[in-house]
Design a protein around this ligand. Sequence first.
Ligand code: ZN
Length: 133
Amino acid sequence: MRAPGTLTWSNDVAVVMDPSAIPDLGDRARRLRIYRLLVNSFTPLLAIALLVVVLRWTVPPLLSLLVFVWTADAFLLAALAVPWLLVSWAFAFGKIKCPSCEGPFTSGFHLWVPKACQHCGYDITARGKRRDS
Ligand SMILES: [Zn+2]
C-alpha cells in the first residue's frame, strides 16, 4: 500500500516544470536557496581541502590524485570566497529577507544556513506546500 505522501516528489517536479504554477514567493525562495547553497557549500569544500592536506602526509602513494583534488578544490574555494563572504555577511546582518514574512531570514553568523525562516518557519526547500500562507 502506498501512502498519499509518496506523490509529493512528482508534485514538486510538476511545480518546477510549470513556471506559471510558481507564485511570486517561489522566485524569491529560489534565489534564497541559491544563496543558502553558496554559503553551505563552503564548509564542505574547506573540510575537503583540510582532509587532502592531512592525507597528503599520511598516505603518500595517493599524492598525484590528491594534487588533482586539491587543485580543483582550491580553485572552487578561491572562486567562491568573495561571493561567500558577501552572502554570509548579508545573512548575518539580516539583509536577506524571508520571502514569506519579510523578516530577516537568519540573524548572526552561520556556517550552515538553516532551510527554514527563524521567524515564521517558512521552509524555502518546500516550495508549493505553503502557498496559502
Ligand atoms: Zn519568515
